[in-house]
Design a protein around this ligand. Sequence first.
Ligand SMILES: Nc1ncnc2c1ncn2[C@@H]1O[C@H](COP(=O)(O)OP(=O)(O)OP(=O)(O)O)[C@@H](O)[C@H]1O
Ligand SMILES: [Mg+2]
Length: 247
Amino acid sequence: MLKVNGLCKYFGGIKAVDGCTFNVDRGSITALIGPNGAGKTTAFNCISRTAAPTKGEVWLDGERIDHLRPHKITQRGLSRTFQISRNLADMTVLENVICQSKIGGWRDLMKPAMSTQEIDKAMGILDFLGITRIAYEDGSNLSYGQKKLMDLAALLMSDPKIILLDEPAGGVNPTLLEEIVGHIRKLNDQGMTVLIVEHNMDLIMRLSHRIVVMAQGKVIAEGEPAEIREDPLVLDAYLGGVLEDAA
Ligand SMILES: Nc1ncnc2c1ncn2[C@@H]1O[C@H](COP(=O)(O)OP(=O)(O)OP(=O)(O)O)[C@@H](O)[C@H]1O
Ligand SMILES: [Mg+2]
């Protein structure tokens, strides 16, 4: 469904993504893992076109999308969350969910800020995620975990076919983590394709069908969770990261 081919993103001399190639199968939960600085978020930025790739191709359902503007990519069914939760100041959760999901480009300027239809849809999504009780809370009063759920809700507003989740459970408590895992599974059971970045290996091993491992901007391994767990290159890349963190 998604093909990333020879993707590169350079920042001056830094090769954040350096010839990255991988596929995401339709209906799968595919994980993109790797140590800090491996280039996972930058790859997400290039795929969703939040950043322009330096080189390489991204294909969605047989169409090349790396030259499209971000809202055009969302219109084609690909949406992503951000590693750092965004939230618009002085807005309720409901307003945040609706406003962050505007994908009509300049045409949105001509429409009312929130239509009844959009409110119904957003409330349905908040209900799916079990957070209708915070619909009218100010977005800036939310706990970190609630923000993660709000991000997920905003993502679903555009009716995506494939979602890219950048650390959707990063830093949340174990109960909420299980809740988020449950939501991702439920979405996948309904046919949603998922590409997920996470550092929580237990979560990744339980949730994903396929794992792509990046280090220093490159894909260093790919396979099913059981294979990846045993891969010496992967163990090495992670062990390196752990030692660096300790230092
Ligand atoms: N805008 C930027 N300008 C310069 N360098 C950048 C920029 N964005 C990312 N980088 C660098 O690119 C590399 C990859 O960063 P990226 O954030 O993609 O890694 P990551 O795999 O998402 O890491 P983490 O697991 O910590 O989120 C890092 O060396 C980072 O410092
Ligand atoms: Mg990142």
